[in-house]
Design a protein around this ligand. Structure first.
Ligand SMILES: [Zn+2]
Length: 389
C-alpha cells in the first residue's frame, strides 16, 4: 500500500531521518511531537495556542470519545475537527491502551475486549471492526488498530506471546474492516514528491513487550499487511531505557523504510531522541501538559519547578532560548506568583511552554539530522538534562 510519506533526509551515522507525512489535513513534518487532546482538548489550551506552538498533528483517544460525547454524536456534528475547531491533522489511538489501564474491568476474548466504563460502570465491547468504525465516526486522519497491551515491567514471555498473537489476529480483522470503509485508496503522488491524500490512513500496532525476538516477529507480520504506517505500542510502561532501546531497534530494523513509525505514549526528551536515533518518526504524550499543571517546566538548562521560592523575584523568562508565547510575554516571577496563587492561567501558560519546548526540540532534531550531526546534538541535550534544576 502506498504510504503518503516522503523521506527528506537521513543522518549517515544512525537511523534518524526527516520526512513529511501527508494527511487529508496537510503536511506533518517528522520527527514530530503530537500533543494529546484526550477528550477533544489539549488540557488548558485552545486550537490557537497549539497552532502558535507549531503543532501539526494532535492525538485523541477513541476510548474517551466513544464514551463521551460518543462517536455517533461527533459524526452528527461533523466530526472531531469541526467540533474542536482544529484544521490540522488528528491521529486517534485504538482504545487498547485505555482498556489495558482498566485491568479490573476488562475481559479479553477472541471477539474483542469487554470493559466497564470508568464513568458509570456500563458494559461495552471493543472489537477490531467496531474500533475502526468509531474512528471513522470521529473523522480522524490516522486510524490505529485495536491491540492488546501488557505492562513492560518484568513481563513474562508467556503473557507477551499471548498479547502479540491476539494483536496479530486482530490486525488482520482491523485491516479488512478498514477496506470496507475505505474500499479505494485516493492518494496521489505529485510530481514534486508530495502527496494529495483524500482518505484516512491506517496504522498497525506492533506489540511484543520487551522481547526483541517477539518485536521482530510483530514487525515482520505488520510489514506484510497493507497499512500506511506503524505504531510501536506497549513501551514506556515501566521497562528500563536499555530494554526500550533494544525493543525499538528490533522493530525499526524489520520495517520497510518508506513508511512512518510512531512510538505511542512517549514524550520525554532523552527517550524521544534515543528513539529518533533508531528510526522513529512520531511521538505523543500527555506528560508535558500534565507536569505543567504541577508547575514543572522543561528548559534548555534542564527541568525547573516554578513553585520554587527562588523564582519569586526573577524578572526573566522561563527559558531565554524559547520563542513561545509564555517566554515572550511573562517572567518567572509572574508565573511563580500565578502558580502559588492557584490561578488557572498558570496551567495554560506553563502548558504552552512545555508543548512548544518539545515541538522546538523536534525542529532542532530535524535540523541536526539534515546536517548529519544528530548524534552530537543528542549528546548535548542529554548533557543539559543531567544538570536538572
Ligand atoms: Zn517558552
Amino acid at each position: 500500500m502506498l504510504s503518503p510519506f516522503k523521506i527528506l533526509s537521513k543522518d549517515p551515522n544512525c537511523q534518524a531521518r526527516t520526512g513529511i507525512l501527508y494527511t487529508r489535513h496537510g503536511a506533518v513534518h517528522t520527527p514530530v511531537f503530537m500533543p494529546v487532546a484526550t477528550q477533544g482538548s489539549v488540557k488548558a489550551l485552545t486550537d490557537e495556542d497549539l497552532k502558535n506552538a507549531g503543532a501539526e498533528c494532535l492525538l485523541s483517544n477513541t476510548y474517551h470519545l466513544y464514551l463521551r460525547p460518543t462517536t455517533k454524536l461527533l459524526q452528527q456534528l461533523g466530526g472531531l475537527h469541526k467540533f474542536m475547531h482544529w484544521d490540522g491533522s488528528i491521529l486517534t489511538d485504538s482504545g487498547g491502551f485505555q482498556v489495558y489501564s482498566l485491568p479490573k474491568f476488562r475481559k479479553i476474548k477472541e471477539e474483542g475486549v469487554t470493559f466497564q466504563s470508568h464513568h458509570d460502570g456500563s458494559k461495552h465491547l471493543f472489537t477490531p471492526e467496531n474500533v475502526i468504525q468509531f474512528e471513522s465516526e470521529i473523522g480522524s486522519d490516522i486510524w490505529t488498530m485495536l491491540d492488546v497491551c501488557i505492562h513492560a515491567k518484568n513481563p513474562t514471555k508467556h503473557d507477551a506471546r499471548e498479547a502479540l498473537d491476539i494483536t496479530k489476529r486482530w490486525a488482520q480483522r482491523a485491516e479488512r474492516a478498514y477496506e470496507k470503509i475505505v474500499p479505494v485508496q485516493n492518494i496521489v503522488q505529485n510530481t514534486d514528491g508530495s502527496f494529495t491524500v483524500n482518505n484516512s490512513l491506517l496504522f498497525g500496532i506492533i506489540q511484543g513487550s520487551i522481547f526483541p525476538d517477539l518485536r521482530k516477529e510483530a514487525a515482520l507480520h505488520m510489514a506484510g499487511l497493507p497499512t500506511h504506517g506503524y505504531c510501536i505500542g506497549g513501551l514506556s510502561l515501566g521497562e528500563t531505557l536499555e530494554q526500550m532501546n533494544e525493543a525499538v531497534s528490533a522493530v525499526t530494523e524489520n520495517l520497510p523504510e518508506a513508511k512512518p513509525r510512531y512510538f505511542m505514549g512517549l514524550g520525554t526528551p532523552v527517550e524521544m531522541l534515543n528513539s529518533i536515533e533508531r528510526g522513529v518518526d512520531m511521538f505523543d504524550c500527555v506528560w508535558p501538559t500534565r507536569v505543567a499543571r504541577n508547575g514543572m517546566v522543561m528548559t534548555s538548562q534542564g527541568r525547573m519547578n516554578i513553585k520554587n521560592a527562588a523564582y519569586r523575584t526573577q524578572d526573566i523568562p522561563l527559558d531565554d532560548q524559547c520563542d513561545c508565547f509564555t517566554c515572550r510575554h511573562y517572567s518567572r516571577a509572574y508565573l511563580c506568583h500565578l502558580f502559588r496563587a492557584q490561578e488557572l492561567t498558570s496551567h495554560r501558560l506553563l502548558s504552552i511552554h512545555n508543548i512548544r519546548f518539545l515541538i522546538h526540540l523536534m525542529e532542532q532534531a530535524r535540523t541536526a539530522i539534515k546536517s548529519g550531526t544528530f548524534l552530537s546534538f543528542k549528546e548535548d541535550i542529554i548533557q543539559q538534562y543531567s544538570q536538572q534544576g
